[in-house]
Design a protein around this ligand. Structure first.
Ligand SMILES: [Zn+2]
Length: 344
C-alpha cells in the first residue's frame, strides 16, 4: 500500500482556536500526521511518497473560485497589517444577512468563508492545504491505476470544508476532491464513508444533490456535538442525490460493538448503491481517550473497521481526518489499515 505524505503540513502550525468559550492552542497539531507516517513506516506497510502536483484544477472542480482566492490571499492581507498571529474571524455572515457581499477588508473576509473559529490561517496554511489535497489526489490516482488500496496522510484534514467555507480544522475537502477526480477519469459511482467522530458536514454538502456520489457518516449525534446543525438521520440528499446520503448519529459513550453494528448498516448501503470505489475518512477521534470525543472505541476496534471496509471488495482510498489523542493516533489510524490489509 502506498502512503502519500507532504512535509509541507508542518508549515501549518502555531494554530489557535476559540472553542468552548476559551482561547485555546489548536487541537489539530503537526505531530498527528508525523505520528501516523512513522507508524506506517515502522510496520513496513509500504512506501511513503510525496504526491505529484496536479495543480489547482482538481481543487477548483469542487471549491468556488472566490473561496480558493480567499485562502490564497488571506495570510498576505493579514500580514500586511503587521500581524504575525493566526488569522481568525471576528464577525460572521450569518444566514439572515442580505445582500450577500464579500467584504474587501481582511477583518471581514474570514467570517464570510468560515463556519466557526477553529480554522486559523497562518503563513503556511494555503501551502499545507494544497499539498494535503494533492495527497488525496495521489491516492485517487492509485485507484485509477488499478491499485486496490491507497492511503493519503492528509493534514490539514478536509471533511468539514464545504465548497465555499472552512470549518473545524478543514480548508479543502480532500475526500470530495479525490471523489470528483475519480469521476472525471471514468468512474460513474463513488462512495464516501466517513468514520470520523464528527459528522462530515462539508462532504455531505458537496455531495448533497449528486446521484453519482453516495455519502454515509457515523458520528456523534449533532444534538450533542459539533457540527450541531447537520448530521441527523432525516438528511437524505436532494434532487438527483435524493437517497444518496445516510447519516447514522450515535449517542455519547457509544462503544466499539455498537459502533461497528452501525458501520455494517452503512457499508450495506454502499454495496446497494453500486459504488465502484470507496473513499474512507478515518477519523480515529472515536477513540475513548480522544480529548474532543465522547465515544468509547478502543485501539483493538480499529482493525475491525478496516476488515469490514475491505469486505466491500472495492478499490479503497483512506484519507486521514481527525484523531487528537496524539500518543495513539498513529497506532489507531494505521490499525485500520492493518485490518484492511489482513482481510483483503
Ligand atoms: Zn472529527
Amino acid at each position: 500500500m502506498n502512503a502519500w505524505f507532504s512535509d509541507t503540513h508542518r508549515l501549518h502550525s502555531g494554530l489557535k482556536e476559540f472553542s468552548y468559550g476559551e482561547w485555546l492552542d489548536g487541537f489539530e497539531l503537526p505531530v498527528r500526521a508525523d505520528a501516523v507516517k512513522q507508524r506506517f513506516i515502522d510496520l513496513k506497510l509500504g512506501p511513503v511518497l510525496a504526491p505529484p502536483d496536479l495543480g489547482l484544477a482538481p481543487l477548483a472542480a469542487v471549491h468556488d473560485a472566490d473561496y480558493l482566492h480567499f485562502l490564497q490571499r488571506a495570510w498576505p492581507m493579514w500580514a500586511a497589517l503587521g500581524r504575525s498571529h493566526p488569522a481568525l474571524p471576528m464577525i460572521w455572515r450569518a444566514a439572515a444577512q442580505t445582500p450577500d457581499r464579500l467584504p474587501r477588508h481582511i477583518d471581514g473576509q474570514p467570517g464570510y468563508f468560515a463556519q466557526d473559529a477553529e480554522c486559523s490561517i497562518v503563513e503556511g496554511t494555503w501551502t499545507a492545504a494544497c499539498w494535503s489535497a494533492q495527497c488525496a489526489l495521489a491516492a485517487a490516482a492509485d485507484l485509477l491505476a488499478g491499485t486496490r488500496c491507497s492511503f493519503a496522510i492528509c493534514r490539514p484534514p478536509g471533511h468539514h470544508a464545504t465548497a465555499r467555507a472552512m470549518g473545524d480544522f478543514c480548508y479543502l475537502n480532500n475526500v470530495a476532491i479525490a471523489a470528483q477526480h475519480l469521476l472525471d477519469h471514468g468512474l460513474q459511482r463513488v462512495a464516501g464513508v466517513d468514520v470520523d467522530y464528527h459528522h462530515g458536514n462539508g462532504t455531505q454538502a458537496i455531495f448533497w444533490e449528486r446521484g453519482d456520489l453516495f455519502f454515509t457518516s457515523l458520528h456523534a449525534d449533532p444534538h450533542d456535538d459539533y457540527p450541531f446543525f447537520t448530521g441527523r438521520a432525516d438528511e437524505v440528499g436532494a434532487g438527483a442525490g435524493l437517497g444518496c446520503d445516510l447519516n447514522l448519529p450515535l449517542p455519547p459513550d457509544t462503544d466499539g460493538a455498537a459502533w461497528l453494528q452501525a458501520l455494517d448498516v452503512a457499508l450495506a448501503r454502499v454495496t446497494a448503491f453500486g459504488a465502484q470505489a470507496a473513499l474512507v475518512s478515518p477519523g480515529v477521534d472515536t477513540f475513548e481517550k480522544d480529548p474532543i470525543s465522547a465515544f468509547k472505541l478502543r485501539g483493538d476496534d480499529c482493525p475491525q473497521i478496516g476488515r469490514r471496509i475491505a469486505a466491500l471488495g472495492l478499490p479503497t482510498g483512506y484519507v486521514l481526518e481527525g484523531g487528537y489523542a496524539t500518543a495513539e493516533v498513529g497506532a489507531n489510524t494505521v490499525g485500520v489499515l492493518q485490518g484492511h490489509l489482513a482481510a483483503a
